[in-house]
Design a protein around this ligand. Structure first.
Ligand code: FES
Length: 88
């Protein structure tokens, strides 16, 4: 992975369509290498064969997925829930 602040303007050299797979509750999977431009203008490059692009915005390596999407918060305990019965 290479991050290039300020970005670059290189255009892709081939016009072959790359398959992109959208995963449920996870990243966008795209064949690499890729060059991703972020909203602030930075460019992140990855030369991996398959690149996972974060869609949950929880990744510490955003825009690349770091599997943080797998960490789910436990729902708050229902304070009104009845406690388990104790044996007598
Ligand atoms: S999709 Fe994996 S960390 Fe966001």
């Amino acid at each position: 992975m290479t991050s290039v602040p300020g970005g670059g303007t290189d255009e892709p050299t081939d016009d072959t369509a790359r398959p992109v797979r959208i995963t449920r509750d996870g990243p966008l999977m795209i064949q690499g290498p890729v060059r991703i431009e972020t909203p602030d203008g930075d460019v992140v490059e990855s030369d991996r064969f398959m690149v996972a692009i974060c869609t949950c915005r929880r990744s510490k390596t955003y825009p690349l997925c770091d599997t943080s999407h797998r960490k789910r918060r436990r729902p708050p305990r229902d304070s009104a829930a009845k406690p388990p019965e104790r044996p007598a």
